[in-house]
Design a binder for this molecule. Structure first.
Ligand SMILES: Nc1ncnc2c1ncn2[C@@H]1O[C@H](COP(=O)(O)OP(=O)(O)O)[C@@H](O)[C@H]1O
Ligand SMILES: [Mg+2]
Length: 266
């Protein structure tokens, strides 16, 4: 492992560094286009500090998902450098890249649970990256992993559903299980791509409250994309807006920001 010096940190004024702590994610000059299509991202710089909760906003097609994926090379950027949790990910071997990815819990709009497996098995799967095949099924997983998965489920308030099949859950419950699974990775950071976009407003608000609360409690860095102004302002410390492939706003989340954010929602 490299102990990388963070360019973004080094360039930041000392006072600001003290305020916001060490850098979790530093991306510079990220560019991406798909095939012969238009540029989706152009020269994007992004810094997220450890323990910070950041909302990434932008109209449909603005490149939010692409940017989130570029940070873990789930999409390969055309240009730029990305530092995640101290690792310069552009230079990593596939194996080292996998190791960094296991330190980042990823929650998608669709939960991607295995429908016919139990809730508990799905949560145990979160440990696949660090425990390997032992985490394939709750029945064959070591007792320690099962206990950890139950504790993880308890954190999202669903320990009582451990034995139930995943395909019997409501949308909100499924996203909670996806969060429990991500926590099971023992991540340092959580990325979420519109984690509540498919839920009704009440369930969405509930899941976002739980999600951001858990991240804050555990001191995890949280980066989420959203289509919802209230979620951006209510659950993030900072809001970053993408427009025409570039970052057009980067500001502390505060109610007074609302009028400036309107144009990032469609
Ligand atoms: N795999 C892909 N192949 C081709 N075009 C893509 C691909 N992924 C995203 N795009 C395009 O890139 C643009 C940004 O998409 P996306 O990052 O999903 O935006 P957002 O998440 O902000 O809605 C869109 O025009 C989309 O069609
Ligand atoms: Mg998207």
């Amino acid at each position: 492992m490299t102990t990388a010096t963070l360019a973004a940190d080094a360039a930041a004024p000392a006072a600001r560094k003290a305020d916001r702590g060490p850098v979790a994610i530093a991306a510079t000059g990220i560019a991406k286009r798909f095939g012969a299509g238009p540029a989706v991202l152009e020269d994007v710089d992004l810094t997220v500090h450890r323990g910070e909760a950041v909302a990434l906003i932008g109209a449909n097609g603005a490149g939010k998902s692409t940017l989130l994926r570029c940070l873990l090379r789930l999409v390969e950027p055309d240009a730029g450098e990305v530092l995640v949790l101290g690792e310069r990910i552009g230079a990593l071997s596939p194996r080292a890249l996998r190791r960094v990815r296991t330190r980042v819990g990823f929650v998608f709009q669709k939960h991607n649970l295995v429908p016919r497996l139990s809730v508990l098995s799905n949560v145990v799967h979160g440990a696949l990256g660090r425990a390997g095949l032992a985490a394939m099924h709750h029945a064959t997983a070591p007792a320690t992993l099962r206990a950890e998965a139950l504790a993880s489920l308890d954190r999202v308030g669903l320990a009582h559903l451990a034995r139930q099949r995943a395909d019997t859950l409501s949308g909100g419950q499924s996203q909670r299980v996806a969060i429990a699974r991500a926590l099971m990775q023992r991540p340092d950071a959580l990325f979420a791509d519109e984690p509540v976009a498919s839920l009704d407003p009440a369930a969405g608000e509930e899941v976002m409250t739980l999600f951001s609360g858990l991240a804050r409690e555990a001191g995890l860095t949280l980066l989420f994309t959203t289509h919802n102004m209230a979620h951006a302002l209510g659950h993030a410390d900072r809001v970053i807006g993408l427009r025409a492939g570039r970052i057009a706003i980067d500001a502390r989340a505060a109610p007074a920001l609302a009028p400036q954010l309107e144009r990032f929602f469609d």
